[in-house]
Unconditional design. Structure first.
Length: 318
């Protein structure tokens, strides 16, 4: 397929890389772009980045209703154009391209990660990367058979508008997969809202320093190996039950991520990923399903867990 035919503006391709834009007129979006450029440049060099990628492949299957990789492969092989919206380092786009070698696969990211991804995967002939804004992709309407926007849409300036745009570029017979952050307990939401407003006033170095401190806190709480029984506290949206102490703090008060198999560096990056962007909107299940309905989409699969809501959607033919 001639890749130019997919876009409504002239493109200039440098091997597998296309540049549209890297700057936003919106202060929060620009700050978000810059911190993700910083994050991805660091993560690419981390020793255990392979563990992160392996986890993400397995989680993707759960998030979007695929029993195993073989089922995803079968699903993708009928698609001519696949779009990874907000591709980061590009490993999921590369995964799609390998599973569907006859498809044209395009990953796009507003941060400099798009350039890193293009360099990483030059050997995959059906894979291209674009540095640009996923809320204004320049794709023609209805040309993409599978749009995957995994763990990204919350970081755009107006996620509802981005959702509508990604719906528009999805073909009539295609599917759109999308993930949003879920709203947490009230104490956690208040702390998170503070950082959305104030983080632009902090240097990246300061946020990395805090992220390392939060990793240390998460590790300390986890190593205590204490479980507690918690009552329901509906006014604070705290759900009762038996919690590991670290997870109780994590879900209800402060994100202090720690995974022993990922190690300190990736845990630091996970905490940085949460606290550093100005744009990181969260949704209730009702709010997300309303957004799906408002875009005249039918739900193919829907998944929910403490962290998120996700699913695959098709255009309503009625």
């Amino acid at each position: 397929m001639e890749i130019q035919s997919l876009f409504n503006k002239k493109i200039e391709r440098n091997e597998n890389f296309i540049f549209f834009k890297k700057n936003s007129i919106h202060q929060n979006q620009q700050q978000t772009n810059e911190i993700f450029s910083d994050k991805w440049e660091k993560v690419e060099e981390m020793e255990k980045v392979g563990e992160l990628e392996d986890f993400q492949y397995k989680w993707y299957l759960d998030l979007y209703g695929f029993v195993n990789e073989e089922e995803l492969k079968t699903f993708l092989q009928s698609k001519k154009v696949i779009f990874d919206a907000g591709c980061g380092l590009g490993y999921k786009a590369a995964w799609f391209a390998k599973l569907a070698p006859n498809a044209t696969v395009i990953g796009m990211d507003f941060s400099d990660a798009a350039q890193i991804a293009a360099n990483r995967y030059k050997d995959i002939p059906n894979l291209y990367f674009v540095q640009g804004d996923i809320s204004q992709t320049n794709f023609k309407s209805g040309v993409v058979n599978y749009v995957s926007c995994d763990q990204v849409i919350m970081h755009t300036e107006v996620p509802e508008e981005t959702f509508s745009h990604l719906t528009d570029i999805t073909s009539e017979e295609g599917e759109f997969a999308c993930y949003v952050y879920s709203k947490k307990a009230l104490p956690r939401e208040l702390l998170d809202d503070y950082f959305r407003k104030e983080v632009k006033n902090f240097s990246s170095e300061k946020v990395w320093e805090m992220s390392r401190q939060l990793t240390a806190l998460g590790k300390t709480l986890s190593e205590l190996n204490i479980n507690i029984d918690v009552p329901d506290i509906p006014m604070l949206n705290i759900k009762g039950g038996n919690y590991d102490l670290q997870r109780f703090f994590y879900w209800n008060f402060i994100k202090c991520f720690w995974r022993e198999d990922w190690g300190t560096e990736l845990s630091d990056a996970t905490n940085f990923d949460w606290y550093s962007p100005s744009n990181a909107k969260r949704y209730s299940e009702e709010e997300y399903k309303k957004m799906i309905k408002n875009n005249n989409l039918d739900i193919v699969t829907f998944h929910k867990e403490e962290a998120c809501y996700s699913g695959r959607f098709k255009k309503d033919k009625v």
